[in-house]
Design a protein around this ligand. Structure first.
Ligand SMILES: Cc1ncc(COP(=O)(O)O)c(C=O)c1O
Length: 494
């Protein structure tokens, strides 16, 4: 248990970075393409029924609730990360590195709610501060609150690219606002994203999602016009990016290049180490803004985000997840002062501005949670500690994979650990023909990923969609070693 008084102690300083070493990307891409070039290695057909039986035997309460949910909730789940194979698990307790479901089964939590709980779940210091705030003023007043300013000051102090901060409701909203801000400021219209990246579900960005080069494949319910000025480039392809910037210059110009700094899907397709720096140069050459989507990397890769790690300062930074320590309403746009002034709020404002807002935006509850979560992350050096847990986990997984002669690939960027077993997100979609060819295979590989996820769960491990693992400050060596034994048991079933 953390000591609540610790929050006021001076911050530790460290020269260590959360990412101890950047993956050797050329060799990693070779290993990933080897993985998808060979037949899948799923859980054995004789082992899978036993895994599914475990859910029936041990998770009766979850199963009943999941059935009940299906009657009133489309598909029975609300959250796009909620694990639902063979059915959704209902969690009743969360603390530190562990989750407990309604049937009393205990799991190591490597989902971390999709990323925000870098300190571990339900951190006592943050909870106490939130309780005190609720006692004082409740969750929302609609007027200015001290913690709104304190949180903004803290973020501005640590993030090199953030002089000012505008809080919003979610990462999706913040990306949407950042794009509008870039267009307002530059008076240009094109947005170039990197194929395969996830930037939330706004109309203009459900484009080239998950798999690069897939354009509007998932844009159901979105009119063509909404994505009409969105473009995508393959990750790491600087020449293609230059060509797009050149062509766009002749037809109104590019407002912004928008990217996830580790690479699409939190580094599922990792960028080469100097990629961000090269994109920065291209943006400067073409007078285009650079937007870093640091919804995942913000504070998880250190207090200064991926921008500090790479030493590349974006014009606009999008934040979410860790920003409010797992409490609701995590989203913000940060950036250089002159750009941010196009987001001036208030009813009396008459200057040209990009309209953003929200009834519950910047509520005191989110702000106090964010302020103390970030203070605690800084004090405890959470990104580095969680990164070391990620290193330990990744090294252990590599050893198991090698020993069992499996084709799987694992690598990590600090506390973001990728474990590619099915390789579904790495299929080659770089041309229309290749995309057409892999459509069927993608379905099978996705199913394998679901089965792996179910097998991990039945062995007490909750992962993100069966292919990603987030470590946290709460992951001691003992927790990681326990997890490795469980992964070993799963891989014995392949
Ligand atoms: C890189 C990135 N950007 C944006 C978002 C959207 O954030 P939210 O789910 O808060 O809308 C996500 C969510 O996973 C993300 O990973």
């Amino acid at each position: 248990m953390s000591n609540p008084a610790a929050i006021d102690a001076p911050a530790t300083t460290t020269s260590q970075t959360a990412i101890s070493s950047w993956p050797d990307t050329p060799s990693l891409y070779r290993r990933l393409s080897d993985l998808v070039a060979q037949p899948m290695r799923p859980i054995r057909a004789d082992a899978m029924p036993k895994i599914l039986r475990w859910f029936d035997d041990k998770c009766g309460g979850s199963k009943r609730l999941a059935e009940q949910a299906k009657a009133v909730i489309p598909g029975g789940i609300q959250h796009n990360l909620a694990f639902n194979h063979p059915f959704a698990l209902a969690i009743s307790h969360a603390e530190g590195a562990h989750l407990t479901d309604v049937d009393g089964n205990r799991y190591i939590d490597f989902l971390q709610a999709g990323g925000p709980t870098l300190l571990g779940s339900n951190h006592p210091v943050i909870r106490q501060k939130v309780h005190a705030l609720l006692d004082a003023c409740g969750p929302v007043t609609g007027l200015l609150h001290e913690y709104e300013v304190k949180l903004a000051e803290l973020v501005c102090k640590h993030m090199p690219g953030v002089d000012m901060l505008r809080l919003l409701g979610s990462g999706t909203e913040a990306v949407m606002g950042a794009v509008r801000l870039a267009r307002t400021y530059t008076k240009k219209k094109w947005i170039i994203k990197i194929g395969g990246a996830y930037h939330g579900w706004s109309d203009q960005l459900v484009y080239g999602m998950r798999l690069p080069n897939t354009g509007r494949m998932e844009a159901t319910g979105i009119p063509r016009g909404a994505t009409g000025h969105t473009q995508e480039c393959l990750p790491n392809d600087l020449e293609a990016l230059r060509r797009k910037l050149q062509i766009n210059r002749l037809r109104g110009g590019t407002a912004a290049v928008l990217l996830e700094p580790l690479g699409p899907e939190s580094g599922t397709r990792p960028v080469h180490k100097n990629y961000n720096e090269q994109v920065r140069k291209l943006c400067d050459e073409f007078d285009t803004l650079l937007i870093f989507d640091e919804v995942v990397t913000g504070f998880r890769i250190g207090m200064g985000g991926a921008q500090s790690y790479f030493g590349v300062t974006p014009d606009i930074t999008v934040l979410g997840k860790c920003l409010t320590g797992g409490y609701p309403m995590a989203g913000a746009i940060g950036g250089k002062r002159d750009i941010m002034m196009s987001l001036v709020g208030g009813i009396g404002t008459t200057s040209r501005r990009a309209f953003v807002g929200g009834t519950l935006t910047a509520n005191p509850l989110s702000c106090v949670a964010g302020y103390y979560a970030l203070q605690e992350a800084h004090r405890s050096n959470a990104a580095v500690v969680a990164g070391q847990a990620g290193d330990r986990l990744c090294r252990g997984l590599e050893e198991i994979i090698r020993r069992r002669r499996l084709p799987y690939v694992t690598y990590n960027m600090g506390s973001i650990v990728h474990l590619q077993t099915s390789g579904v997100l790495l299929l080659d979609t770089s041309s229309m023909w290749k995309l057409f060819k892999v459509r069927n295979e993608a379905k099978q590989r996705k199913h394998m990923m679901e089965e792996m996820g179910a097998a991990y769960t039945a062995h007490g491990l909750i992962t993100l969609a069966g292919s990603r693992v987030y470590t946290s400050l709460a992951d001691t060596d003992a927790v990681i070693d326990d997890a490795l034994n469980r992964f070993d048991d799963v891989f014995a079933l392949v």
